[in-house]
Design a protein around this ligand. Structure first.
Ligand code: GLP
Length: 248
């Protein structure tokens, strides 16, 4: 059995450089790479490093295809809370990706179930994901596959857990209920666990002490839906790029 490979770097900056080096090398080895991409605080400096490598070493993103892991239901692409806006800010506007090759679930789609099915079909039509880059929630969520009694295989619509919502929207969580926007972004599209596990290769990034316990449980505990990250034990090619604080 192949255990996940661990790469422990001194700190967040070194972790981000290492992650970017691995992703950049994958693009150079396969210029038409199909990438799955995460959002959140963790990958911000990885994207900065990828942009720097593109500028410094000329890595060509023109034939790369990207699929984001998740997006909020009801989020317009120009809403600053949307993952579409996050990706435009941190990566899409800064490398030579072709706009028609950058995919996120459409937050404003009229029929969410149909949108989830369309997204999954688009991943299949692209030949599946070559490299899936992941972050991890402090409760073990991957994308928005939250811990629970069961997990869902393909891309689907899901409900955010309260702790995830509060962490992702600290400003909204502080507002009185009547002042919050109508959707509150409580629901999201996410690639499913099967979509993620069908990627040919997975790199998970984690930084900081708060991720330590859930990662240890994911690697050494049982494979169980109460910790979605534990499902990574089922995949044969997983690399965890961690800083020392996360690795412990
Ligand atoms: C968010 C995203 C995940 C991300 C995770 C960790 O809710 N949906 O894809 O990996 O939470 O976020 P952070 O890197 O900010 O800790």
């Amino acid at each position: 059995m192949r255990r996940p490979q661990l790469e422990v770097q001194a700190d967040y900056a070194a972790m981000s450089r290492r992650a970017a080096t691995l992703i950049d090398a994958a693009i150079r080895a396969r210029p038409d790479l199909v990438l799955a991409l995460p959002t959140g605080a963790t990958p911000v400096a990885t994207y900065e490093e990828l942009v720097a490598l593109h500028q410094r070493a000329g890595t060509d993103w023109s034939r790369v295809t990207t699929f984001n892991l998740d997006e909020y239901l009801g989020a317009a692409p120009d809403d600053p809370h949307s993952y579409a806006a996050y990706m435009a800010q941190h990566l899409f506007s800064k490398v030579n990706l072709s706009p028609d090759r950058c995919h996120l679930p459409r937050g404003l789609a009229a029929d969410p179930q149909a949108e989830a099915a369309r997204y999954e079909a688009a991943i299949d039509a692209a030949g599946g994901i070559d490299l899936c880059v992941l972050g991890v929630g402090i409760n073990g969520h991957l994308g928005f596959n939250e811990p629970g009694e069961s997990l869902v295989g393909p891309t689907h619509v899901t409900e955010l857990r309260e702790e995830t919502w509060q962490r992702n929207f600290p400003d909204l969580a502080r507002l009185p209920k009547e002042q919050r926007p109508p959707t509150e972004f409580r629901r999201a599209y996410t690639m499913g666990i099967a979509t993620i596990l069908q990627a040919r290769r997975i790199i998970l990034l984690a930084s900081g002490r708060e991720k330590r316990a859930i990662l240890r449980q994911a690697l050494d505990g049982p494979v169980a839906p109460r910790n979605p990250a534990s499902l990574l034990q089922l995949h044969a090619d997983v690399t965890l790029v961690l800083d020392e604080a996360a690795a412990g």
